[in-house]
Design a protein around this ligand. Sequence first.
Ligand SMILES: *Cc1c(COP(=O)(O)O)cnc(C)c1O
Length: 371
Amino acid sequence: MEVFEVQDRISCLDLRGQHQQVKTELFTAFEKVYDSHAFSGGTFVSEFENSFAGFCHTKYTVGVNNGTSALHLAMLALKIGKGDEVIIPANTFIATAWGVSYTGATPVFVDCTADSWQIDASKIEAKITEKTKAIVGVHLYGQPFDVDAVSAICKKHNLYLIEDAAQAQGAKYKGIPVGGFGEMASFSFYPGKNLGACGEAGCITTNSEVFYKHLLSLRNHGSVTRYYHDELGYNMRMGGLEAASLNVKLKYLSGWNNKRREIAEKYQQYISNSKITVQVQPEETESIYHLFVITTEDRDDLISYLNNKNIFPGLHYPVPCHLQKVYKHLDYQPGDCPNSEYLANHCLSLPMYAELTNQEVNYVIEALNQY
Ligand SMILES: *Cc1c(COP(=O)(O)O)cnc(C)c1O
């Protein structure tokens, strides 16, 4: 591989290239929103909802203000609340647990597998009680979890399945896009996600008309007819400017995801240092590589080595959910979810975004191999 001097730091994520590429289109779209005053809900949101439902092969999409609200509303639509339990993976971004906790229900944490780092289906049944109502599977890092195994458990025990697809817009399981495998799926369009709004946004996808209609009411003050409120509702509508930015970017998403896949394939093929372990990709999954996570024994040492070479990896996530202070009262102990704890202590996220150049990718690989 050629030698290459980095001018600029190479970070885990850099949005400048993407936003330069679509700047003119974005500004044209923003001007349309501005001129039509459709700032909250409205035509740009509907346009996005229709396109995204098509993208996910689901009947309905409900746009909301962020991915955390999407999870919260999905739980409310299932009528989950105080006294209920919801099973989620221990290794995920904390918002997966927020959706459950906001309703008064209790998140129950399950460990991940040692190699794919997705929820370990074989450990779920031991956690099911009479109070269990649902399982939230997370397509973590953009890689689908074992949908067949988790769905089978849901069927057997009569539980709802929710997908947290915040990191997985366009990921596929057995060739089918995520978003339609359970009762509902939540997505985040936080700017740093593979499909990121210029602002905060999220959505819920579903094939159920009942859930769809309920979600429309919940996100809009519990109201179907304006100023008539049949239930406790929320203001969780998606903004027009955010929707307009998503309408522009959705057209590019598959291309951007393909670029990430090419970069990931290079990492997988050419990183040959035995001190580094990469995430195992089960055959039936097609990841969109929201993150490219590796583990190594002495993480701090590798981070400072990479920083010296102007490479700045990310860290997702340093503390697993079951050991977060906020859930202290649930009384989990270190050792309860050993694979998640190992990951939290040893993982780091390599640079991963569509605009990384070949030179930069090769430079990162060389640096890792020389470590
Ligand atoms: C980003 C994220 C969320 C929350 O989405 P926001 O839009 O930031 O509220 C939920 N779950 C996972 C796994 C995420 O990565």
